[in-house]
Structures are given as structure tokens and as C-alpha cells.
Design a binder for this molecule. Structure first.
Ligand code: ATP
Length: 205
């Protein structure tokens, strides 16, 4: 009997500062799990964010909060590789590493619409697009006032939309609410909110 063709492993990469991780990050991961038949989804907190002006909270805190935030999603693993790598964190390096580790895997890169718009400014972005299918989630934070995201030519076939409920949440807003002693409500999951409080994070805006 002929061997049944094995489906290649489907791995999604979800990078970000996660400073802190919030409800929209988790909703985006849930949407990807629902849509992409993933074997695993790697949440990869950035080490040195070359594209963010503000210094990030220490990686150990961001990793710990990410583990708490995504704990209920069994296919999600928090991957520390970018925080352990010297120099700026480039997504292309992460994708190259994963491709070496899983040569037959199908890779997906999950991005909010703001990051998808910025993608053509990223280091080796064409290689990124050739290595992973880019899955773009709506942000719903006023982005609709900007032109709708359109995939850069000639790579349209490498992009797909990730339907998810619009959640107008950002880590920036959460940090300023904490600094202003305002309630967070459902923007941040309880274990993450407790971690923030216990470790006195984001006390100043
Ligand atoms: P900051 O406000 O500090 O810039 P952020 O809320 O944008 O942070 P990041 O950790 O930078 O969070 O984002 C990681 C990824 O999650 C990015 O691809 C970003 O576009 C996406 N993302 C963040 N917030 C949302 C949201 N509300 N809806 C959809 N995607 C989001």
C-alpha cells in the first residue's frame, strides 16, 4: 500500500514587544488557530526592537507575561529565541532558523495591519514574504481611516487576511492607563494584570 502523503508541519510565528500582552494579542492567536490548521503557534517576544523608539521592559518580564497571557491556548508556545539573540531582532533571522529546524514546515507570519503596512521597511522583507505566508489581522483602532492595507506587488499571493473581531486595544494605551491608575478591565487578563501589579511595571508613562 502506498504511504499516505504526510501533511507538512504548519507553524505560525507571532512576534511583538508584548509589553504587555493584551486581549487583542490573544484574540489574534485564537483567530489564527481557528483559521490556519496550525500544529503550533510560536509567540516570539522581540529582543531589541529596532523599530520602536521606547526602551522595552526587560525580556524576562515580557516572556513571563506572555506565558501567562497565552496559557489557555495549548498549541501556543512562548519562544525566547529573539530575546537571547545579540543585536537587533530581525524577523528574517527567526524565519531562517525555523526553516533550518523544520525544513519541510509551512511557515505563517501573523501581523496586525499596522505592522503589515510597515513590512516593506523591514530588513530583508522580500525574503520574509518568500519564506512565510503573511497573515494580516484587522486592528480596528482607527486604521480604517487610513487606506486599506494592500499587499505589495508582486507578492499578493503570499498574503492572506485573518478575520478577527476589531479590538481597539494597544499596549501603549494599557501602559498609560496603569501609570494614570486607571482600571484596565478586560483589556489585560487577570494573571497578567496581577503580574504587572506584583512587579510594579509601567508606573510611569
Ligand atoms: P505598542 O502599543 O507598545 O506599540 P502593540 O499593542 O501594538 O504595542 P505589539 O506587541 O507591538 O503590541 O504587537 C504585536 C503584534 O500584535 C503586531 O503585529 C500588532 O500589529 C498586533 N496587534 C497589536 N494590537 C492589536 C490589535 N488591537 N488588533 C490586532 N492586532 C494587534
Amino acid at each position: 500500500m502506498a504511504p499516505s502523503p504526510q501533511r507538512s508541519r504548519r507553524i505560525a510565528v507571532f512576534g511583538g514587544a508584548f509589553d504587555p500582552p493584551h486581549a487583542a494579542h490573544v484574540a489574534l492567536a485564537q483567530a489564527a488557530l481557528a483559521e490556519l490548521q496550525l500544529d503550533e503557534l510560536r509567540v516570539i517576544p522581540t529582543g531589541q526592537a529596532w523599530h520602536k523608539a521606547r526602551p522595552l521592559s526587560p525580556a524576562a518580564h515580557r516572556l513571563a507575561m506572555a506565558r501567562l497571557a497565552f496559557a489557555d491556548l495549548p498549541q501556543v508556545l512562548v519562544d525566547a529565541r529573539e530575546t537571547e539573540r545579540a543585536g537587533p531582532s530581525y524577523t528574517v533571522d527567526t524565519l531562517r532558523e525555523l526553516k533550518r529546524e523544520w525544513p519541510d514546515a509551512e511557515l505563517f507570519l501573523l501581523l496586525g495591519e499596522d505592522q503589515a503596512r510597515a513590512l516593506p521597511s523591514w530588513h530583508a522583507w522580500q525574503e520574509i514574504v518568500q519564506t512565510a505566508i503573511i497573515c494580516v489581522a484587522d486592528r480596528g483602532d482607527g486604521a480604517e481611516t487610513q487606506a486599506q492595507f494592500s499587499a505589495p506587488k508582486p507578492y499578493e499571493s503570499r498574503f492572506r487576511r485573518l478575520p478577527m473581531p476589531a479590538l481597539p486595544v494597544s499596549a501603549t494605551e494599557i501602559r498609560s492607563r496603569i501609570a494614570a491608575h486607571q482600571a484596565l478591565g478586560p483589556l489585560v487578563f487577570e494573571p497578567v494584570a496581577r503580574y504587572i501589579e506584583d512587579n510594579h511595571l509601567y508606573q510611569t508613562a
